[in-house]
Design a protein around this ligand. Structure first.
Ligand code: NAP
Length: 265
């Protein structure tokens, strides 16, 4: 049986994150992989740097990139799409480009199906939390219909959304939020130092707390987590009172709103 061809366009951070997931899931047994971009020498260097030459052919192209019957992963900068010309009709285009609508992608590449994904930086550890929108599939569960879901799940958890605009909305929940949570982590480390802990001790304690917190969140609602550690007249309610007084929820919601609003079609 001939393997489905998958073309990765781009050789940056997101491309390597996706590729690592793909290789870890041994998807080379199901797909044949190609890579391309605007600088083919850079593509070759990228394969060599990550020692993944065995799994990828560099797609030499003169004037246009042949996408006929392929799954095409668009991993270039949003403004980079204009640098390419494509020929043929792709089987599927999967774009990770933030803020580039399917309408814009369709004007550049013909395909049977268009998919938009919003991964996050944890994709490099196969722990992305990615919203996915598949055109024509509407709100129907993606796992029933998408035979190439394995490509997306190879770099993390996937949540299907029924409207394209919700891809942008997921910038709030998972796309940009690792940066916001990192800010909180930094503040907690500094708080530990302020109270007398060494920086390394504080860092290690905060890191461990986040690991445990991920498990708590997996099994419990945020309110349950709060209730469980907030005893009457205790320490936690003192801290919570300060946070609530300064409107921390509103600030976080507004920051996320501004991040999403920055996405321009
Ligand atoms: N990193 C994340 O956490 C994240 C999360 C969600 C979505 N994304 C999306 O993933 C895509 C890639 O981001 P990245 O983080 O991988 O960026 P990156 O590491 O900077 O890589 C950018 C890629 O785009 C290419 N590129 C840049 N400008 C170009 C142009 N004018 N024409 C053609 N190609 C161009 C680069 O090739 P050259 O070196 O030849 O310029 C490189 O292959 C973006 O569209 C971004 O919105 C990233």
């Amino acid at each position: 049986m001939t393997k489905q061809k998958v073309l990765i366009l781009g050789y940056g951070q997101m491309a390597i994150a996706i590729i690592k997931g793909i290789l870890q899931a041994k998807l080379y047994e199901k797909y044949d992989f190609e890579i391309s971009g605007r600088n083919l020498q850079k593509a070759r260097d990228f394969l060599q740097l990550h020692n993944i030459q065995t799994y990828f052919n560099v797609l030499e192209n003169s004037s246009s990139i042949s996408v006929a019957d392929k799954i095409v992963f668009l991993c270039v900068k949003p403004y980079g799409l204009g640098s390419f010309a494509f020929s043929g009709e792709a089987f599927k285009v999967i774009s990770v480009m933030a803020g580039v609508s399917i309408q814009v992608i369709r004007e550049k590449i013909q395909a049977k199906t268009y998919v938009r994904v919003m991964p996050n930086t944890a994709a490099k550890y196969q722990k992305s939390s990615s919203a996915v929108y598949c055109e024509n599939y509407s709100s129907i569960s993606v796992d029933v219909l998408d035979e190439n879901l394995d490509l997306l799940e190879s770099f993390g958890n996937v949540v299907s959304v029924g409207e394209e605009k919700l891809i942008d909305a997921s910038i709030a929940t998972s796309g940009s939020s690792p940066a916001f949570v990192a800010l909180i982590a930094q503040a907690l480390i500094d708080a530990g130092v302020r109270e007398g802990l060494g920086r390394m001790q504080s860092k290690e304690l905060v890191r461990g707390m986040f690991e445990g917190f991920a498990l708590l969140l997996k099994h419990e609602d945020p309110q349950n987590i709060i209730d469980a550690i907030t005893s009457p007249a205790g320490t936690t309610i003192e801290g919570l009172s300060v946070l609530e007084k300064s409107g921390v929820r509103g600030i976080i919601i507004e920051a996320c709103h501004q991040a999403v609003a920055k996405t321009k079609y």
